[in-house]
Design a protein around this ligand. Structure first.
Ligand code: AMP
Ligand code: MG
Length: 493
């Protein structure tokens, strides 16, 4: 059956396809044998102006079988450092950019399918995705959005009716996701590595116009561009640490220019606070561990900066000096965002010199104590409200915690904020619900093994308002049972 064009009600304006010829290969999705719409993110659909409500048509479009009117579908090319080693050509091996739509606020958004079939860039992969991995990205990315963390978003999930071979045969599925763009550090690396500096410039100008238009008038736009991406990434990674998120595969092809979290493969949230937390089965050296994430973000930025050196200054040494200074500035930015976030988590409404030490002492107090990271901050607020000291029960060494607590309470006493206001402030930034690994796995298993989407639906409903207690949701705020054991995640599933 040949493919049709279907009206989704969306207005496309495909700047990448039109302005960046040579940066992609035009491409179509596979025809799915029996596409079925499993989930549509209704509020997001509404926000981008999607008016088609025919679930059959939505299923054929969001499986890649039929194209939406106005789309110009393509696979983007990019390179990337994967676990430190450079691969000169990656690209969308199982993704298809349908095009760009403007949302109701006028934001330009990429509409991309993931799992719609092979492309020129698939290498040995099948270009497909399986339902479990697709639901996982849906859950994680929507949870991050609800936590006010910049991220790609999930618009739809479709099953294709195919059986896909992984460790066993699993239901094939396609995720439709939305991003402010899919420009990555690796996109710049692809052209830089081939010595195509004119293309790097074209890409930088495109990225500036799309994401940092205020830099167009700058005297040194490319240096300022590095600083702008640096600041976005510093804020992003600080936000990850503040909720206990481990991305798991911070390769340069998985780091966006926009500063959005992208590619929810082996990511996970920590239960117990653990600076060395690693979940990915292949991250044996802990390159992408919890605490190493800012180090890696800065390393990735250095790779971006390298591609731009010829644009920064004709004198290469001078360019290196300027770019190095820009990249080095990451740490100040990161610490600023992190400390600002920690102050809020601890209910501090003012800034004092001693706050950094107070925050660091808390982390030091938590280390090795098997303290649930998410629960602790909520409990600190509950204790303030009740006047009790339940928080200490979360620690093996309660005495050590109580010493820290005394200094925290002494610090709070230096502010005039009322206790109810402080509790409200803390509960507004410290989530009660995060996508806990055992809940995510349960939702995926039920869907994949039994076709039961109830646990998935309930989980995303709870995670949509992570700061507000909900009825019948007590279990969602609890750590994994002992029997869940050590959690391991896998790439490319
Ligand atoms: P990721 O680690 O998911 O960011 O993917 C790294 C690279 O592998 C990208 O170029 C992907 O397009 C490609 N890739 C991952 N899974 C598949 C697959 N099943 N088929 C084809 N390419 C894939
Ligand atoms: Mg990727």
């Amino acid at each position: 059956m040949s493919s049709m064009e279907i009206d989704l009600g969306l207005t496309f304006d495909n700047s990448y396809a039109e302005e960046l010829e040579g940066f992609y290969v035009a491409c179509q999705g596979d025809r799915a044998p029996s596409p079925e719409l499993v989930k549509l993110n209704a509020p997001l659909a509404e926000n981008i102006g999607l008016t088609n409500t025919d679930s059959g048509e939505l299923a054929t479009v969001f499986s890649g079988s039929d194209a939406p009117i106005g789309a110009s579908s393509l696979a983007q090319v990019y390179a990337g450092h994967q676990f430190g080693g450079f691969t000169p050509q990656l690209g969308d091996g199982r993704a298809l950019l349908l095009g760009e739509v403007l949302d109701k606020q006028g934001n330009r958004l990429d509409l991309q399918l993931k799992g719609s079939g092979p492309t020129t860039f698939s290498r040995r992969g099948d270009g497909k995705a399986v339902l479990g991995a697709v639901l996982r990205e849906y859950i994680m990315s929507e949870a991050m959005h609800a936590l006010n963390i910049p991220t790609t978003r999930a618009l739809a999930v479709v099953t294709t009716g195919e059986s896909i071979m992984r460790s066993q045969f699993l239901p094939g599925a396609v995720l439709t996701r939305i991003a402010s763009s899919h420009l990555r550090v690796g996109t710049f690396q692809f052209f830089s590595a081939r010595g195509e500096q004119d293309k790097v410039k074209q890409l930088a100008d495109y990225a500036i116009a799309r994401h940092y238009p205020e830099l167009k008038e700058s005297q040194q736009p490319y240096l300022d561009f590095i600083c702008a991406v640096r600041d976005k990434q510093a804020e992003l990674v600080a936000k990850w640490l503040l909720v206990g998120f481990v991305h798991g595969v911070m390769n340069t092809d998985n780091m966006t220019i926009s500063g959005e979290t992208i590619d929810y493969g082996p990511c996970a949230f920590v239960d117990n606070y653990d600076t060395n937390a690693v979940f990915s089965s292949i991250d044996e050296q802990g390159r992408y561990s919890y605490n190493n994430q800012p180090v890696i973000a800065q390393w990735n930025l250095a790779r971006l900066a390298e591609t731009l050196l010829p644009l920064i200054n004709d004198d290469r040494d001078e360019a290196i000096t300027q770019a190095t200074e820009a990249v080095t500035g990451f740490w100040d930015k990161f610490h600023h965002f992190w400390l600002t976030g920690m102050r809020a988590k601890l209910g501090l409404s003012t800034a004092m010199e001693t706050d950094l030490a107070l925050c660091e002492q808390l982390l030091e107090t938590m280390s090795g104590q098997e303290v649930d990271f998410t629960q602790l901050f909520r409990q600190l607020a509950s204790d303030l409200a009740s006047g009790n000291s339940e928080s200490q029960t979360l620690f093996k060494d309660a005495e050590k915690f109580n010493l820290w607590r005394d200094s925290w309470l002494a610090r709070l006493a230096q502010e005039s904020l009322s206790t109810p206001d402080r509790v409200e402030m803390m509960n507004g930034v410290n989530p009660l619900y995060i996508p806990r690994n055992h809940l995510v796995e349960h939702a995926i298993d039920a869907a994949e093994q039994e076709g039961d989407l109830q646990p998935f639906e309930k989980l995303i409903a709870v995670l949509a308002t992570p700061y507000t207690p909900q009825v019948d949701a007590d279990d969602y705020a609890k750590p994994a049972p002992e029997s869940f054991g050590r959690y391991t995640t896998y790439c490319g599933t």
